[in-house]
Structure formats: structure tokens, C-alpha cells
Design a protein around this ligand. Structure first.
Ligand SMILES: [Zn+2]
Ligand SMILES: [Zn+2]
Length: 347
């Protein structure tokens, strides 16, 4: 009798453990790390070696993930610090309308052009935008109104720009960030072409450069201009947002490049859908002529990949060809890109 009770209790216990396991495995927020295998190890090495040594602050792991159109597959997952580790960043805003030359400020993107932001550019914004309300400087001294504190940068970098910072040149210094934001990327191991192309707007990042800096969706220029502000990019195409750190809105020659052959444009990063991002131009200076609406093609024995748009475009990629993965600002979160909730975007 005693033995019978023990057996029943043991069976109940096993049942309890098993159901608890099933519950945690289906509801867990932790991605399941895949078993090691030689094939995975090789893929991890390839992706790890693509990045500059100090760009990653975690190992690359392989996890289960759900892509934007619901495909369940395997993804790379890794964490970076949201700042370039070696290049200096800036400058963005010139300080006086007499400041001249390329060193005076960064660049501003309009009409597919990248304009040098120097004192003259700022002084002539009213003519540039054909709107007399532009006046970012003190008439008596020529001094340009620049957001020069953390509070000013936060108030001016909001989508609804604080009235006090209308008619300002907006810049945020990396030193305003209490700590450099860490960003975790979950990107498909094998890209999955989408049934239709997907918009890249309003998302938290569209890819990553091999120096660890995020490529972002277009800066929301309408909101910025409506407040008669500009938030220039430095000559590498980047600027700092108080929440997301340093990020690129334009692809330039700054990020590390990986040469693939003696003709084709080098690789400069990885898009969030797992396809490689190449420079705009091939090594001989010509642009590919057969790009699709997402700026992509397959050619020269290379599988489908993107070429980034010219730096003036404020749109690094046209759209996603494949199902995209996730960008999180916390570690250890399972990627379900089919239920994207927005999160930290920003200008
Ligand atoms: Zn190509
Ligand atoms: Zn931005």
C-alpha cells in the first residue's frame, strides 16, 4: 500500500515537473540557445570576424527567433555598444555664421544632396527653405543657437520639439549619456525572402555596420523642419540621440569595409533581414544598374544583397527584401518580430 502511494506521488511529481517544463518552454522570454555544432561554429566565426574586434560586447550566439512575417527560424544574436569605439564623432553644428569650411560642422541631407553645414549654410537657411522664419543665429554677434546642454538636447530631440528650442541647431554629445547604450541584434542566419517587400520606416534600426554602429531608418525630417531646427549628421552620417546613442542615417566611407572580389562593391554591414549591405558603388566607381526597389540585387555570383543609397538620400535602404529580425535595448529577449511593439525610435 505504502509502495503504491509512493508510486502515485512519484507519477504526480513527474507530471508536475513536465507540465512546468512545457509551460516555461512555451512562455519563456529567453531565447533557446541552439546546440553547438561545427556548422554553427563556422557561421558564428564568419559573423564574429566581420566585426571590428571591439565592436561586439557579447559573443555571437544562435537562438530561435520569429521573423517579421512570422517565420520561425534560427538567428544570430549579439550585443554592441551604441557608439563607434575608435573614430571621433561630430562635429555637427557650427558655432558662428562666420565659421567656414568642412571642419566647421557636419552635413545636412536634402533633395538627395549632402550639404556641408558651415556658418554660411546656417545663415542662409531661410533662402534654402524659402521660409523667412528660419533664423538660427543672433544677428548682432552671428552666434548660432546650438543645444549645448543635455537638457536642451533632450528637449529639442523630441518629436514635438520644445518651443524654447525652435530655431536651433540641435546636437547631442555622447558625453550626455550616462552610459553608452547596449543594443542586442537578432538577425536571421539564413535570410527569408518576404512575400512582399516591407517598409523600413518607424523601426528601431535597419542594420549594423561592422564597427558596431546602427544604421537607422530615415530621420523624421518633417518634424525637425516644422520646428525650424536642423539636427545635422557628422561627416560619417551619424549623430547622437539621448536614448539610442550614436547612429547612422547615411552610409559613408567611414564604416569598415570587407572586399568581396576585385570588382564588386565591398560589404559594409548586415541588414536586419540578414542580407549583406554593400557600398553604393563598385570598386571602379560605377553604380549597379539593376537594383530593385529595396536597392538590392543578386549578381556576380553573389546571393541577394543590398547596395546602400547615396549619402544624401536620408534612406540607406529602400525597403526590406526579406523578413526582418529584432533590435532590443535589453539582452536575453526572445525575438518575435511579428509582434513588433515600436520601442525606442527617435531622430
Ligand atoms: Zn551588388
Ligand atoms: Zn537620428
Amino acid at each position: 500500500m505504502k509502495k503504491y502511494i509512493l508510486v502515485v506521488l512519484f507519477a504526480l511529481f513527474i507530471g508536475f515537473v513536465w507540465s512546468a517544463f512545457l509551460k516555461t518552454s512555451s512562455l519563456s522570454t529567453l531565447p533557446v540557445v541552439m546546440l553547438e555544432s561545427a556548422e554553427y561554429a563556422e557561421k558564428i566565426d564568419v559573423i564574429t570576424d566581420s566585426f571590428r574586434e571591439d565592436a561586439l560586447v557579447s559573443d555571437v550566439s544562435i537562438v530561435e527567433c520569429t521573423l517579421s512575417a512570422g517565420t520561425q527560424t534560427e538567428c544570430f544574436q549579439f550585443t554592441t555598444i551604441q557608439a563607434p569605439r575608435t573614430e571621433t564623432v561630430g562635429p555637427w553644428c557650427p558655432t558662428n555664421i562666420t565659421d567656414a569650411g568642412a571642419e566647421a560642422g557636419g552635413m545636412w541631407l536634402e533633395n538627395n544632396e549632402a550639404y556641408e553645414v558651415d556658418g554660411t549654410f546656417v545663415a542662409n537657411l531661410n533662402a534654402f527653405y524659402e521660409d523667412e522664419q528660419w533664423k538660427l543665429y543672433d544677428e548682432a554677434t552671428g552666434e548660432i543657437y546650438v543645444t549645448d546642454t543635455k537638457e536642451a538636447c533632450e528637449a529639442a530631440a523630441r518629436p514635438d520639439v520644445d518651443e524654447a528650442y525652435h530655431n536651433h541647431c540641435v546636437e547631442c554629445q555622447i558625453s550626455y549619456l550616462e552610459e553608452l547604450p547596449e543594443v542586442t541584434y537578432t538577425i536571421p542566419l539564413e535570410p527569408v525572402p518576404g512575400k512582399t517587400v516591407q517598409s523600413i520606416n518607424n523601426q528601431n534600426g535597419i542594420g549594423i555596420a561592422f564597427n558596431g554602429v546602427r544604421y537607422d531608418a530615415p530621420a523624421p525630417v518633417d518634424a525637425i523642419l516644422a520646428a525650424h531646427t536642423i539636427a545635422p549628421f557628422d561627416d560619417c552620417g551619424g549623430h547622437v540621440n539621448p536614448h539610442v546613442g550614436y547612429h547612422y542615417h547615411a552610409a559613408t566611407d567611414c564604416p569598415d569595409q570587407i572586399i568581396v572580389d576585385d570588382e564588386h562593391a565591398p560589404v559594409i554591414g548586415l541588414a536586419l533581414d540578414g542580407y549583406a549591405m554593400h557600398t553604393q558603388l563598385n570598386l571602379d566607381g560605377t553604380a549597379p544598374t539593376d537594383l530593385d526597389e529595396c536597392n538590392g540585387h543578386a549578381s556576380n555570383d553573389l546571393p541577394y544583397h543590398y547596395h546602400v543609397a547615396e549619402k544624401g538620400a536620408n534612406q540607406i535602404l529602400g525597403c526590406y527584401h526579406g523578413e526582418s529580425g529584432c533590435v532590443h535595448d535589453e539582452k536575453g529577449i526572445a525575438c518575435d518580430a511579428s509582434v513588433r511593439t515600436g520601442g525606442r525610435g527617435g531622430r
